[in-house]
Design a binder for this molecule. Structure first.
Ligand SMILES: Cc1ncc(COP(=O)(O)O)c(C=O)c1O
Length: 387
């Protein structure tokens, strides 16, 4: 299911953009954006085909497709032990837009929001787009237990929100319940909202265990707004589908108003919601196999990186990306990126501020959501180039 035969390279070269196959020169292997090389699960394709068969694509419910909201509520309750009532769920057209919409709903110019460093660029981007300031809190790769008490040093009267990314892209850290409780208690003490991005929460490698922020006690839960998406676990990035999950009417109403869904200026495509419903209801077996494959790819990637001169990589507990320290090579992440692209014919993401924040310099990020054959070829090219 996840072998070389499943990877349709001619189609990926036509369709996979965002730094991937369709965006790189011929012959280059892109281990770049975290988007799998595999097609989505069969039940998702069947659900889309069944829906399109009758030819009706009428305006959908501006509050979202009810079966999708029920499926997500049920899935979170069953798999992540977190209760979200369907009426508190707003489908959105991607996790990226969900992050932006939460920032638009709760931040104004002059406000501050805390982001982790390194972390995916979407947090800083969304905060700054609404005129607020992103304040970084360092969680370097390999940090075992985060001392969230030191977060208090960067909280000011202008701080409104803490952005949690769990698991943390790019380092793959999965936060423990104790860490999340201490983060939640700081949010209570300073009356802050918590934006919890859980898009990676299915991609967890045993023995790590995922805890959803809104599964903690009610005081923490009531100030948490959760966002998720379907690009990582189910390969649906091009359908642009995600959801915001709130725990009370007040948060839901503010977000719904800000979304402009009710006016139809914005909205969430029905096919994405149909696909995500099938993913949640019918693809748990597929997902289990996918995670097993990814765990194997993670082990291959980390072992191979650690054999390379000047490179060190700690195995991620979550996410299908490896975040490797390259300071021992004497090159910057941009220099490595250039050399790998030109000499090795492999594309990786350099640890630049524009992608992950200042704390990413000295690192490169590689996605391993591909077949073993492609991954081994890419890793041997990297090794040859660096050694
Ligand atoms: C932490 C995180 N949040 C959100 C996203 C965006 O997901 P989507 O494709 O649903 O916009 C990504 C994509 O890499 C991500 O890593």
């Amino acid at each position: 299911m996840f072998g070389f035969d499943s990877v349709n390279l001619p189609l990926l070269k036509q369709r996979a953009f965002n730094l991937r196959w369709a965006s790189v020169p011929e012959g280059v292997i892109p281990l770049t954006a975290a988007d799998p090389d595999f097609p989505c699960a069969e039940p998702i394709r069947e659900a889309i085909q069944a829906f399109t068969h009758d030819g009706y694509f009428s305006y959908g419910d501006t509050l979202g497709y009810a079966p999708f909201k029920e499926a997500l509520s049920h899935n979170y309750a069953k798999v992540k032990h977190t209760a979200f009532h369907p009426s508190h769920i707003l489908p959105v057209d991607s996790a990226a837009y969900g992050i932006y919409l939460i920032c638009k709903s709760f931040l104004m110019a002059g406000d501050e929001a805390i982001i982790f460093d390194p972390v995916d660029f979407l947090f800083r981007y969304s905060i700054e787009t609404v005129g607020a300031t992103a304040v970084p809190f360092a969680i370097p790769a390999g940090t075992d237990q985060v001392d969230f008490n030191s977060l208090e040093e960067i909280i000011t009267p202008n701080t409104k929100m803490i952005c949690l990314c769990n698991p943390l892209n790019p380092t793959g850290k999965v936060f423990t319940k104790a860490e999340l409780n201490s983060l939640g208690n700081i949010a209570i003490k300073h009356n802050l909202l918590i934006l919890s991005d859980e898009i990676w929460s299915d991609i967890i490698f045993k023995p790590a265990v995922f805890t959803s922020m809104a599964s903690l006690d009610d005081e923490i839960r009531q100030r948490t707004i959760t966002v998720t998406g379907f690009s990582k676990s189910y390969g649906l990035a091009g359908l642009r589908i995600g959801a915001i999950m709130t725990t009370n009417d007040q948060h839901f109403n503010i977000i719904y108003q800000a979304s402009m869904h009710q006016s139809t200026v914005h909205g969430t495509n029905i096919l994405g919601q149909v696909a995500a419903t099938a993913a949640l209801n019918e693809c748990s077996g597929w997902l289990k196999n996918y995670i097993e494959h990814l765990q194997k790819m993670r082990d291959i990637t980390v072992a191979s990186l650690n054999e390379m001169k000047g490179v060190q990589c700690i195995a991620p507990d979550g996410c299908y990306v490896a975040f490797a320290n390259i300071t021992g090579t004497g090159l910057t992440s941009s220099e490595i990126h250039k050399r790998l692209l030109e000499e090795g014919k492999v594309s990786i993401v350099p640890g630049l501020k524009q992608w992950f924040g200042e704390g990413a310099e000295g690192y490169i990020r590689l996605s391993f959501a591909t077949s073993e054959e492609i991954l081994n070829e890419a890793l041997s090219r990297i090794k040859k180039t660096l050694n």
